[in-house]
Design a protein around this ligand. Structure first.
Ligand SMILES: C[S@@+](CC[C@H](N)C(=O)[O-])C[C@H]1O[C@@H](n2cnc3c(N)ncnc32)[C@H](O)[C@@H]1O
Length: 257
């Protein structure tokens, strides 16, 4: 199958690629498909290339023999990077078929054997597979049930590495939080760095799919609470985690488990 894809891709001229890129747009990922840019006017610049530069060193360079799940893969930028690092299997999932069609086309043009599935993060248990590396980049704050997604990914999909990125707002300080507080203690909630998520009832940045935006301490606390160990934070929004084998995994409601 992948051989056929490679042959098909070689037959496309630059004009044909350009036409197809236009038909599949608008793109969020600016990819370079044999010289054709998919989102040259991106409001964040050359995105997500510039983001990737800021944390790519924190992820193993050689993924030979490893499996990767890219959750909310969008146009496939990170799935492609993982395949280029030698991963034996890369699966990109997204709940948006338009983005998946972009990712499939990009992989075809580049001649890369990457799988893509129309699947929500809430459905990862249906894969019946766990992965050496799970990418969960830029998806968390788009979810109405973000902690549920973390719990599901930890329990059903992640074997080892968990690479997390979220928009963060509020204080960047991470205060010491006690194991417990008496009921009478109220002031601690007013500390700027106390773990907090901001709920967006309507819209933020013209995007009604932005629901919950944590501050930094909250992102760290949620990751630990879901059973991940924080290894490093190569840039402000990115947390490199591993599964914490000793962690207590909180039970899921029966209807979801
Ligand atoms: C801001 S984009 C991030 C794309 C890419 N991961 C990145 O970091 O550049 C968010 C992506 O998450 C996808 N998404 C949102 N909710 C999802 C869900 N419940 N399940 C799977 N994908 C989802 C969107 O369709 C979109 O492609």
């Amino acid at each position: 199958m992948s051989r056929i894809r490679v042959i098909l891709a070689r037959e496309l001229t630059q004009d044909e690629i350009q036409t197809r890129v236009h038909e599949l747009g608008p793109w969020f990922h600016n990819l370079s498909l044999r010289g054709i840019q998919t989102a040259p006017e991106h409001f964040l610049g050359d995105y997500p290339s510039t983001k990737w530069q800021s944390f790519q060193e924190a992820i193993p360079k050689d993924l030979t023999g490893m499996t990767v799940l890219d959750v909310g893969c969008n146009g496939g930028f990170y799935s492609i990077q993982m395949k280029l690092r030698g991963a034996k299997r890369v699966l990109g999932i997204d709940h948006d078929s338009d983005y998946l069609n972009q990712a499939k086309f990009a992989a075809e043009v580049l001649g890369l054997d990457i799988s893509f599935d129309l699947l929500s993060v809430y459905e990862v248990a249906e894969l019946r597979e766990s992965f050496d590396v799970v990418l969960f980049l830029g998806v968390f704050y788009h979810l109405r049930h973000p902690l549920l997604a973390l719990d599901l990914l930890r329990r059903y999909a992640t074997k080892d590495w968990f690479i997390f990125q979220s928009m963060l707002r509020g204080s960047r300080t991470v205060p010491r939080i006690e194991e417990n507080y008496p009921f009478s203690e109220k002031s601690v909630f007013d500390k700027p760095g106390f773990p907090k998520m901001h709920f967006i009832e309507n819209s933020y940045s013209q995007d009604p799919t932005n629901w919950w935006i944590p501050n930094r301490a909250c992102a760290e606390a949620l990751l630990r609470s879901a059973g991940f160990r924080l290894e490093s934070q190569p840039e402000a929004e990115v947390f490199i985690c591993r599964c914490d084998e000793g962690a207590h995994l909180h039970p899921l409601p029966k209807v979801l488990a």
